[in-house]
Ligand binder design. Structure first.
Ligand SMILES: [Mn+2]
Length: 237
């Protein structure tokens, strides 16, 4: 059966000049086309009122949360660190409501990079606002300007995880984050770590949740493993 996949959109705040005075809600083409490899109907959910989340979730089978701005620390009760990047609280509020509604309605939820962090915050966890200020994290998790199609750091995947059913224990990923999971929310289990000890994936036993800290949408054209990840999200999560 064709799965309807709702991808929570981002907004180009700075797009006034390019789009003739208009703001634009969007999602990356690579993410849409990764889903279109399989039997899906991807739709973009424009940023809206949190009160609409339940109705949006009723229309979809799978919720996907993509990358982007830092999650506002307002949502995990911290003051902003001076190295916090751009935040966009209306997106956070809408996506937090979508995650909660998807769990209530037992829909699958997949988050990548910021999306993974957002799920953790929605469920009561917290983030490191800037890992580059913390000397214990020695691995480079911001690989730019190395291109996104190249995998740059290694992670270790737990052998009892969902990911281990199609990925090897020692696995290479790309990396574009300066934030990371700090306190993991109740009900989530870390299933992959970088060699410096950051959580690179989590799942839930109770709910249909998978989060990864890397960007599979930038990799699937080049790496079969990442096509398998999209297949898993669509067919098994
Ligand atoms: Mn990383």
């Amino acid at each position: 059966m064709t799965k309807i996949v709702g991808i929570a959109g981002n907004r180009v705040i700075e797009s006034i000049d390019y789009f003739h005075g208009n703001h634009v809600d969007y999602i990356q083409t690579e993410l849409i086309e990764g889903l279109q490899m399989f039997d899906t109907l991807p739709i973009i959910l424009p940023i809206g009122q949190p009160e609409l989340a339940e109705k949006y979730i009723e229309k979809i089978d799978i919720l996907i949360l993509a990358g982007g701005q830092d999650v506002s620390p307002i949502y995990y009760n911290e003051e902003p660190n001076r190295n916090l990047g751009m935040t966009f609280p209306p997106r956070d509020a809408f996506e937090i409501a979508l995650v909660k509604a998807a769990i209530r309605q037992n829909k699958a939820v997949f988050g990548l990079c910021r999306g993974m962090q957002l799920i953790n915050v929605a469920l009561g966890g917290s983030l490191f606002q800037d890992i580059n200020q913390l000397p214990e994290f020695k691995v480079s998790h911001l690989q730019a300007p190395t291109r996104e199609c190249f995998k740059t750091h290694r992670i270790k995947i737990s052998n009892d995880s969902k990911l281990s059913s199609f990925l090897p224990e020692s696995y290479l990923v790309n990396s574009y984050h300066h934030q990371a999971i700090n306190q993991l929310a109740d009900g989530l289990f870390a299933t992959a770590y970088s060699s410096d000890g950051l959580i690179e994936a989590f799942e839930s036993q109770e709910h249909r949740i998978l989060g990864v800290q890397w960007h599979p949408e930038m990799l699937w054209r080049y790496h079969e493993d990442d096509r398998q990840l999209f297949k898993y999200i669509v067919e098994c999560l």
